[in-house]
Design a protein around this ligand. Sequence first.
Ligand code: ADP
Ligand code: ASP
Ligand code: MG
Length: 423
Amino acid sequence: MALIVHKYGGTSMGTTERIRNVAKRVAKWVRAGHQLVVVPSAMSGETNRLLGLAKELSPEVVTPPIQRELDAIAATGEQVSVGLLSIALQAEGLEAVSYSGWQVPIRTDSSYTKARIQSIDDARVRADLAAGRVVVITGFQGVDEEDNITTLGRGGSDTSAVAVAAAMKADECLIYTDVDGVYTTDPRIVPEARRMSTISFEEMLEMASLGSKVLQIRSVEFAGKYRVPLRVLSSFTPWDIDINEEAKSGTLITFEEDENMEQAVVSGIAFNRDEAKVTLLGVPDKPGVAFQILGPVADANIDIDVIIQNVSHDGRTDFSFTVHRNDYARTMDLLKNKVAPATGAAQVLGDPKICKVSIVGIGMRSHVGVASKMFQCLSEEGINIQMISTSEIKTSVVIDEKYMELAVRALHKAFDLDQPVQN
Ligand code: ADP
Ligand code: ASP
Ligand code: MG
């Protein structure tokens, strides 16, 4: 008997018929002798719908009092899902009980709309499992020290599931979704993308942080920190497929590096259209200027991603960085009204229509020329690179948003990612 956490995403929970299917699949696992904790997301489109209602009443959503209410609203999507799934499980003849984040409780900090899980009390869940029940826990939501409802950021149900699996020392966490695993890039953009049967934790972490929304980045961080065995697989296979076959399907996130395996130089391509670029022209180039620019941005709780500072001419330089598109207006405001006057910058420019495309691969550590091959490929497509950022196992470029799909497809081909892996 194993303790298994299943997570079902929005599409997998999208209709009552699909919820019934989820219940049948869970019942199959229970009848095979396992203890099951199930973490569903809201039905697909529901979180957007709920947040859309709030936006109709207040388009300005960055103040903490409004964000508190946004979380209270958004959390209801998952509240409905757990109730429906519990009923469906009971209809399958199982004993099942649903819990919201506060009932477990899943404690988080108070950063509304992007709260971090701090602790999970598993006593109640364990008691239910011991009594033979399936426990269904809301994804995405938690509760802070003052009993305010919080949410974990978009896509946060992945993190709820992995955190529950970590807290309960589950034998495995299975993330059921609308694709049958992690692909070399988003198969919606590149139909030739290939499913990987395994991906290293480090690569998965980079892919998620660079925009591959198949797993929320924090879920991967949790899996790494607590060594949670984690697998991404399809919820759209027939529910009654052989359980052993199902247990080996999809993509396993691996923690041990297989020394014997030839590492692909580039394993995957990620992209992100959620960023915007801002530039200060003609900033006096003197010690402390980067701090003078970025300090106020950090104080406003705005995350900065790629940064470049140009070579200076006549004691002045240009300084660009990217922020989340949701923070674009605020950043521009801050730069125009506070930072430019304080630093003596000549002009502030902004471009919200950019995207970031990244190549990721552990093999980049030991191979030279990977970045230059990327730049060559983009130049052959006539795509101008605006910014570059690299780390040990990734190279990212910022380009015009309108070239995103072209860039991803061209790079996917240039690095032979559509070819079967040679072992
Ligand atoms: P869920 O609702 O189950 O959480 P998501 O929409 O959050 O599902 O994540 C699954 C989606 O992630 C897929 O439909 C796919 O379009 C997208 N995706 C992006 N990058 C990848 C990738 N590298 N491999 C697989 N899917 C990816
Ligand atoms: N329902 C939430 C969202 O749409 C959480 C999730 O699906 O993981 O972002
Ligand atoms: Mg998701």
